[in-house]
Design a protein around this ligand. Structure first.
Ligand SMILES: [Fe+2]
Ligand SMILES: [Fe+2]
Ligand SMILES: [Fe+2]
Ligand SMILES: [Fe+2]
Length: 436
């Protein structure tokens, strides 16, 4: 169905103020919520945090007092939307449960975006990041079980596999390598712009969540695990934001931000199964159409161009959440040994030069060990082996995948090597046989 957001009026800004009662709203029930309602809630919180940040940046850089006043009013509404969405999460949903939700967002959103991305280089970058968040989901799943007795399917509801990805100890890179080639604002499709900004927003919020909550557990290895993975999310923000053309003007960026919000709410409204939450997506879509109108008028005033030249004439679907197991398994088995190339390209492990700059980062940060490796050692004491949730066809490839995915040149001292993992798996099997 075609929907030209620029032809819609939306709700006028002066009608967007709500009562505290409405802003604070009511939480969902963590045992009844559909996992993809939770992923929408997590992502849209990230979208609003990015919107709020950007509008403040605009205000700080905009010399025109009237424009800045108007954008400040929009900014306040973005902030109120953020509270409503973030506070849909119930007080009894633990930090680790929420964390599994965040990584499920990253995996299933990135997989959707990669398959709906017209630019091959951007797609390749999405696929690259996908395998890192996929590994985070696996590492955190071990902790959810050890600390709180939560099995990953209590959160991901069997929609997303849990098994190792590109090992997290290998995600630490030189920033110059993380920064990729940016699109050209003149030729990039609106879909590429919306896809990237959606993912930047999600990754930034994931980083913020780990930064704000990693300390809430007393277990020191878990604290260090949050520190390690948070740092990768920081790299993900760097990587994805570097795909954006830095020469877009502030007004162009404002337009893309509001359009990205419109597209995401539009998708949420189409897909939502919870009737109460669906009404909120509908209301916020109406708010965003109002914001888009304001951004489009400012853009026309300063750029003397049609907003359609930047965002096109049709809606984009950036966040269709659904199970992506098949796609993720395909990327996992074929690209686990991919690394960031030195010329903003991608390389396989066997082609990396001896002086690859990320080795320095990895050897410095992993010098005393990698907490995400230690995680697997500790779970093996609880459970004989790691916790994995995947079909047997994928599960049976785990040791081979680790062999292919690990960098031999910069192993953290506490690395669980493939033969050790095989040993754990055998012990677990033996134990299960005995129990019969
Ligand atoms: Fe918003
Ligand atoms: Fe992640
Ligand atoms: Fe990430
Ligand atoms: Fe907005």
């Amino acid at each position: 169905m075609s929907f030209n957001a620029l032809k819609e009026k939306g709700l006028p800004l002066e009608k967007q103020l709500r009562t505290w009662h409405k802003i604070a709203g009511k939480p969902y029930n963590k045992t009844e919520v559909d996992c993809y309602t939770r992923t929408r809630q997590i992502l849209m919180n990230g979208i609003e945090v990015e919107a709020w940040n950007f509008h403040h940046t605009f205000d700080r850089l905009c010399p025109d007092r009237e424009d800045a006043n108007l954008v400040a009013q929009v900014c306040r509404i973005e902030d109120q939307q953020q509270a409503t969405i973030n506070w849909m999460a119930p007080a009894d949903q633990s930090v680790l449960e929420t964390t599994l939700g965040y990584e499920q967002v990253a995996v299933d959103l990135t997989a959707w975006l990669a398959q709906n991305e017209p630019d091959d280089y951007v797609k390749e970058t999405f696929d690259f990041g996908l395998l890192e968040d996929f590994d985070h989901l696996y590492r955190y799943s071990q902790w959810a079980y050890m600390m709180e007795g939560i099995k990953p399917n209590a959160i991901v509801q069997g929609q997303t596999d849990v098994i190792l990805g590109r090992p997290t100890q290998n995600h630490h890179n030189c920033n110059a390598l993380r920064r990729r080639k940016h699109y050209d604002k003149q030729t990039a499709s609106p879909q590429t712009k919306v896809n990237i900004l959606t993912l930047v927003s999600g990754e930034q919020q994931t980083h913020n969540y780990y930064a704000e909550h990693g300390f809430t557990y007393g277990n020191n290895v878990l604290r260090e695990t949050y520190a390690e993975i948070k740092d990768v999310e920081e790299e993900h923000v760097t990587m994805y934001e570097s795909l954006i053309d830095p020469t877009e003007s502030l007004y162009e960026k404002l337009l893309i931000h509001e359009f990205t919000e419109v597209c995401n709410y539009y998708t949420c409204l189409e897909d939502e199964c919870d009737e109460k939450i669906k009404k909120i997506w509908e209301m916020f879509l109406d708010f965003e159409l109002g914001h888009l109108n304001i951004a489009a008028e400012l853009f026309k005033k300063y750029e003397k161009r049609d907003p359609e030249e930047v965002i096109g004439e049709d809606i984009i679907i950036p966040c269709r959440f659904k199970s992506q197991k098949e796609y993720v398994a395909k990327v996992l088995t074929s690209e686990i040994d991919k690394r960031l190339g030195t010329d903003r390209d991608y390389m396989t492990l066997d082609k990396l030069p001896d002086d690859w700059v990320s080795y320095n980062i990895q050897s410095a940060q992993n010098e005393l060990g990698s907490p995400t490796e230690n995680t697997i050692r500790i779970i093996s004491l609880h459970h004989k082996r790691d916790i994995v949730k995947a079909d047997d066809s994928l599960k049976n490839q785990e040791v081979e995948l680790l062999k292919k995915g690990l960098e031999k040149k910069s192993l953290a001292p506490d690395t669980v090597k493939p033969d050790e993992l095989q040993c754990m798996i055998d012990k677990h099997k033996e134990f299960k046989e005995k129990k019969k």
